[in-house]
Design a protein around this ligand. Structure first.
Ligand SMILES: Cc1ncc(COP(=O)(O)O)c(C=O)c1O
Length: 378
């Protein structure tokens, strides 16, 4: 299979080291080798979250496992919750609250607007909420929400907060100890640059206490974070067979993060974000996310309706670069470029240069007319 460069918002390109980490003989989930590998993986997860005070979880699953396990572990039937929605993944979080029987309110921020801490403060005065759910970066719109201010509003109101940081951690600053959120989670396949299949969750002591003291039992088995807690403390214990190859890839990927240094990695992602935004500006396309709230991990922009498909197809077929389109209704008129993980500025620039050429051929760059399509080489 020909290797394609993935500029989609997950999964992302894997380094050779990470791929090799998955290629050895099957490692069983019992035995000293697994235990020490797993323990190291949890310690590395603490490093990437900057979590020294709370409980750190790593288990088999996806970002959605992180979403659903935080809902079922914290929310009982009939609890009133508030979800801030700035795109598709915020709406999914709202749906999970509904599915699990919460009186699920939401504040919707449309048209690429970020969640507004003032609006949250006002809403928190109107009703008593058990938990507020926040998306750090919504991958569908590439809106980067002001998580620090939003979590502060929750903390000031004495309300638990959950942050979906799936499209952020590893590429966007996260300091779990300082943030003060109760649950923050991510998945292995995005800015951490590992294979899909592992979910990483940090939970505050307050969140754990809430789970332990809640009157109604947690209505889940696998998604019950309390059940996973003893396993995180003693990897010799068994709950379900872990995807050992995925964990080995994750450990290797997080070792690479540590070698780079998490702050340096954030700085590199800031650069990747700036390069992409600079190019989109140059092409005269309209960003989906409002200014000041555009993510450093993914960039979404509008294109003329019907042109997203041809851009995606030409990029893949002629340049070996995969970019993503919008989700559902936005499929034909939105392009999303994922720029995270091991990507370098030089490779990103080259790929976006090719994309500029494709946009020009399609007559999308203002001030230029469509040039005849390049003839394919035989
Ligand atoms: C912000 C966000 N949350 C949750 C998810 C769900 O993650 P998964 O597809 O790994 O279940 C995604 C996936 O792209 C995401 O971007």
């Amino acid at each position: 299979m020909e290797d394609k460069l993935l500029l989609i918002p997950g999964p992302t390109n894997l380094s050779k080291r990470v791929r090799e980490a998955m290629a050895g003989p099957q490692l069983p989930h019992v035995g000293a080798r697994f235990y020490s590998m797993f323990k190291e993986t949890i310690d590395l997860a603490r490093y990437v979250f900057k979590n020294t005070k709370g409980t750190q979880f790593v288990f088999t699953g996806t970002g959605t496992t992180g979403m659903e396990s935080s809902v079922v572990s914290l929310v009982a039937h009939g609890d009133r919750t508030l979800t801030l929605t700035t795109g598709y993944f915020g709406r999914r979080m709202l749906m999970l609250n509904q599915v699990h029987g919460a009186k699920a309110d939401h504040l919707e921020f449309k048209d690429g607007m970020a969640a507004d801490p003032d609006a949250l403060r006002k809403q928190l005065r109107k009703a008593k909420y058990a938990v507020v759910f926040i998306t750090h970066v919504d991958t569908s719109t590439s809106v980067a929400n002001p998580v620090t201010d939003l979590v502060d509003e929750c903390s000031n109101a004495g309300v638990l907060s959950v942050v979906d940081s799936v499209c952020a951690i590893g590429g966007v600053p996260m300091d779990f100890d300082r943030l003060g959120a109760d649950i923050v989670f991510t998945a292995s396949q995005k800015a951490l640059a590992a294979a899909p299949g592992a979910v990483l969750v940090a939970a505050s002591n307050r969140a754990i206490e809430h789970m332990e003291k809640r009157k109604a039992p947690i209505e889940a088995y696998y998604m019950n974070l309390l059940r996973w807690k003893p396993i995180m403390e003693d990897p010799k214990m068994y709950l379900a067979t872990p995807a050992t190859q995925v964990l080995m890839a994750l450990r290797e990927a997080m070792l690479e993060v540590k070698e780079e240094g998490i702050e340096n990695r954030w700085a590199r992602h800031r650069k990747l974000g700036e390069i992409t935004r600079g190019m989109v500006d140059e092409w005269g396309q309209k960003f989906v996310a409002e200014e000041g709230h555009r993510a450093d991990t993914v960039t979404s922009f509008w294109v003329e309706n019907g042109k997203a498909g041809p851009i995606q197809k030409t990029m893949e077929e002629e340049h070996g670069v995969m970019v993503a389109r919008g989700i559902y209704d936005d499929r034909d008129r939105m392009i999303r470029v994922g720029h995270f993980g091991i990507l370098t500025p030089a490779i990103l620039r080259r790929s976006l240069d090719s994309m500029g050429g494709v946009m020009e051929e399609l007559g999308l760059v203002p001030g230029r007319v469509a040039v005849p399509k390049r003839r394919k080489k035989n």
